[in-house]
Design a protein around this ligand. Structure first.
Ligand code: UGA
Length: 455
């Protein structure tokens, strides 16, 4: 690895910080990952990734072996080690409110600042309300010796769980801001590895050097735009359902227009996860605070359309089970529902704000006998929703089911053979919540098939 590269730290070893730390070591940087959770740090140092992300454990072990990567709970060690520190802690939704909770940023920056003994760059990566960078600079000024001249930088991240390694190593753009040429140089040097890899692979990565407000806003703008696409197609799904249209063909047809694009137009149970829902609400709350709330009221509607998908899905399952909802909602007593998938999307074990898990809980609240199977998410789901019944195999979930609800399109479910599955269930009824199955094939095998926005 080139010696000119700055030594980097990542504060907060959740999904974001850990993935970045490991990928930066992979690119040849000397890296330290920091977290206050000793168990998590021990896991990483022992070669174990405490969440599910394909390819990450192997990359972790490979880089621990090179000696370029280590993890610690000792902030003094971090302050001493790195030239550029990335803040990667969570910014969850404040309980009972829509704004973001910045207390983890405050404690990470403050404790780091107190131990700094030389000029370094502290770069925000967490998703934050616009205006946070200058507040971080104030924290740094207050808690460091002013003569050090420690500076803030900002560089949002766009990694998607289940595609995280690729998103860090091969991002579709890099965005950053700093307040001085020195700060920009540090940021250029920390992104050099990404640009070198791109050059090796004959790709180009656009770099957007910008001001702080823009760097902060790019992230929330991107997430709000993605959410809008999803709610838009879900609204169209409603229209397709009442008119006999097919939302999947519609999405494909509009997606051929490159101004629209064919991604993020899959109708279904709506968006969940630790990012899109909370970022949408935080943007709307921040716009309100800044006096431009009027322009963002549509985001509240995007949110409402999204959460409505969850109740609509329960209603669809009830109709399939021939138990349409009465005034008090559906009564599914005596109906056995196999729930396939409870994570917020496939290829992750994350159940934060998972639409599928919410639907499973709503079904149970409507007195259905819910049996849940998920390839990776059961441990986390059990903590979030202990009232549900979980099984270890798909076969156990579908045995004797009156309705099979495929809520998350894991590969394992998409390749199911309707004939084989039909022999295990009590009734051949399937709710294909993300339109991932072939209706004709399932109907031919004697299944009553219901998708979303399909006639
Ligand atoms: C999202 C963004 O896609 C990332 O770019 C961003 O960096 C990240 O949030 C973040 O803020 O850190 P992620 O939460 O991992 O990434 O998940 P997505 O792949 O965006 O999916 C979000 C939700 O939308 C999932 O529940 C997914 O099932 C749903 N979705 C996605 C749809 O319902 N339809 C689609 O067409 C696409």
């Amino acid at each position: 690895p080139p010696t000119a590269r700055p030594r980097v730290s990542f504060l907060g070893c959740g999904y974001l910080g850990a993935t970045y730390a490991i990928c930066f070591a992979e690119m040849g940087y000397e890296v330290i990952g920091y977290d206050i959770d000793q168990a998590k740090i021990d896991a990483f140092n022992g070669g174990t990734v405490p969440f599910h992300e394909n390819g990450l454990p192997e990359m972790l072990r490979r880089n621990l072996d090179t000696g370029r990567l280590r993890f610690t709970t000792d902030i003094e060690e971090v302050a001493d080690f790195a030239d550029v520190h990335f803040i990667c802690v969570g910014t969850p939704q404040r309980p009972g409110e829509h704004g973001a909770d910045l207390s983890y940023i405050e404690s990470a920056v403050t404790s780091l600042a107190r131990h700094l003994t030389r000029k370094v760059l502290v770069v925000g990566k967490s998703t934050v309300p616009v205006g946070t960078a200058s507040w971080v600079q104030e924290l740094l000024d207050r808690h460091t010796d002013g003569d050090l001249g420690v500076e803030v930088g900002w560089s949002p991240e766009f990694l998607q769980e289940s595609n995280a390694l690729n998103d860090v190593l091969r991002p579709n753009r890099v965005v950053y801001a700093a307040r001085s040429e020195w700060g920009l140089d540090q940021l250029r040097a920390t992104h050099q590895g990404i640009l070198e890899l791109a050059a090796l692979e004959d790709r180009e990565v656009p770099v957007v050097e910008t001001d702080f407000a823009t760097a902060e806003l790019v992230k929330v703008a991107a997430n709000a735009f993605l959410s809008t696409k999803i709610s838009f197609i879900n609204a169209m799904a409603d229209l397709c359902e009442t008119t006999g249209g097919d939302v999947a063909s519609l999405a494909r047809a509009i997606g051929y227009d490159q101004r629209i694009g064919n991604k993020f137009l899959r109708a279904g149970i709506g968006f969940g996860g630790g990012c899109l829902p909370k970022d949408l609400r935080a943007l709307s709350a921040r716009a309100e605070e800044l006096g431009v709330g009027d322009s963002f009221h549509f985001l509240n509607e995007i949110d409402t359309i999204n959460t409505r998908r969850r109740t609509k899905s329960v209603r669809a399952i009830a109709e399939l089970a021939e138990r349409p909802a009465g005034p008090a909602g559906p009564n599914l007593e005596g109906v056995r529902v196999a729930v396939l998938g409870v994570t917020f999307k496939p290829d992750t074990d994350d159940v934060r704000d998972s639409a599928a898990l919410t639907i499973a809980r709503k079904l149970a609240a409507a007195r259905a006998e819910v049996v849940v199977y998920d390839p990776e998410g059961v441990d986390n789901a059990r903590v979030a929703a202990p009232e549900l019944k979980y099984v270890k195999s798909l076969a156990d979930a579908v045995e004797g089911a009156d309705v099979v609800s495929m809520l998350v399109p894991w590969e394992e479910f998409r390749i199911l053979d309707p004939d084989t599955l039909g022999k295990q269930v009590s009734e051949r009824r399937v709710f294909d919540a993300m339109n991932a199955l072939e209706p004709a094939r399932w109907r031919a095998a004697g299944w009553e098939y219901r998708g979303v926005g399909r006639g």
